[in-house]
Design a protein. Sequence first.
Length: 119
Amino acid sequence: MPILYAIAVLFIMQMLGEILVRLLGLPLPGPLVGLMLLLAALVVRGKTPKGLHDTTNHLLQHLMLLFIPPIAGVMQHFGRLSQEWLPFLVACIAGAAITIVVTALTFHWVLRRTNGSVS
């Protein structure tokens, strides 16, 4: 699977997620629904195509670059952020804590399922 095909698959899944969210009025972000659709497709397929695996690994290596636009957007609203810093701080800490716990539980589940042989 060439890189362009893999990126097209990611964008198509995101678009399908956006369409489903708007049609069904779901209270979820479209890209999240798209990722769930991609996960379902990969589970049904049984394995990840090599091109998709390589492309997503490359994207993950440069993930910090994807955070620059949202950070710049937050800085444009610095006045409001300075007024509402406590809820923002609590949301950041709670979000990070939940992410760490869910990641650890998922890793533990994968280790049990694969008898400790994760490669």
